[in-house]
Design a binder for this molecule. Sequence first.
Ligand code: G6P
Length: 468
Amino acid sequence: MTAADFVVVANRLPVDRVVGPDGEETWRTSPGGLVAALEPMMRRVHGAWVGWPGQPDVALDPFEADGIDLIPVALSAEEVADYYEGFANDTIWPLYHDVIAPPQYHREWWEAYVTVNRRFAEAAAAAVAEDGTVWVHDYQLQLVPQMVRELRPDVTIGYFHHIPFPAHGLYAQLPWRDQVLRGLLGADVIGFQRAQDATYFLTAVRRRLRYEVKGANVAVPEGGETRTALAKAFPISIDTAPYLELAARPDVRARAAEIRASLGNPKRILLGVDRLDYTKGIGHRIKAYGELLEDGRLAVEDVTLIQVASPSRERVDAYAHLRDEIELAVARINGDHDTVGHSAIRYLHQGYPREEMVALYLAADVMLVTALRDGMNLVAKEYIATRTDNHGVLVLSEFTGAADELRQAVRVNPHDIAGLKDAIMEAVEMSPAEQARRMRSLRRRVLDNDVNAWSTSFLDALAAVRGR
Ligand code: G6P
């Protein structure tokens, strides 16, 4: 494989390796919004992508898929446990999501994080052409920017943080808080989802490292001189084209009608789509909905909540407990309210291909996004992109990055169950004219600011900083 001018580094490759019952190898799109966000741009530039194939102890040579050079990074089973399940998903993830679950601090996990970050950095440094660009993604790889810079001072380095960055009072808990800041500051541009995230990061830099910060610029001391790093918000979006296409396809529209019919054609279908994660506020949503049935404000003959909860990080304790909690709550509500013909909640612990997701979005009158904390939430944007008829209501938590942009959604504080119940009722009862008024404005926002606009603005900022 020849050196690439443009290299993406992310924890996951765009495809996960899956081994079937008979040992046959297949590849499927890996979870999360990252792949969908970057794929269109990667195909355009024919870049290389450094990432983990999603399974322990898999050593693979680089290969090409759909016009992208894939460079697999192997992780041992112990590294998956300590770096991925441990430090990334049981330390950083809960800490950066406002300690909704308690973060665990273990020195062995940190050591594994350093070791694995170095492996990703070495793979990127080996893959990138002279004066090329390396774009590092997300919280699993916060040390990689600095490590790549040490190995390859000639290249331009970007970092994008897909999840929230916490307020300093929380960030300060991290035993390795200074090392992580230095790792991130190895990048020329450090991108965040919201202005608030960038502000928190700059505050941490000022208070912990005492570097000079002017507006969005940080003066990073380097070999007796200073280099400028830029830290600001670049809210991510979706590739809207496939959603528009699928929403127009007769078979997908027929499938949406079939979904409605199979639920007994309720007056209103409510939908939740999340990875089964404690940040998503699935329990709060279900509690509010259950109380509305209990109070008689909603009737099971008239409404159904479809909750897609795709399996995620199942070996991390907090996720295993969450699953038990959610499934108990769903079973209780269904047990109390179902009739033979109608179900209160249709709970699906599965992931679905995009066609089926679009059919679900088309079938849903109300989309419930009630995250307690979320970097952006691309499901909200997918729903909006799909609603080409300007009908449908988005109920959106103010604790998502999306809430900064999607001002015409019905906004909720998911911790306030009474307020959440009122918001659900407002959405269920909203007139078609009001739905259309809001949806038109939401659609304009999403269609004008798609993922191409996002990657272009980030890469323009990167080029500008490097050119200085
Ligand atoms: C979030 C993160 C991504 C991650 C995805 C799926 O969207 O920001 O970095 O890939 O969740 O999680 P997983 O642990 O399965 O990669």
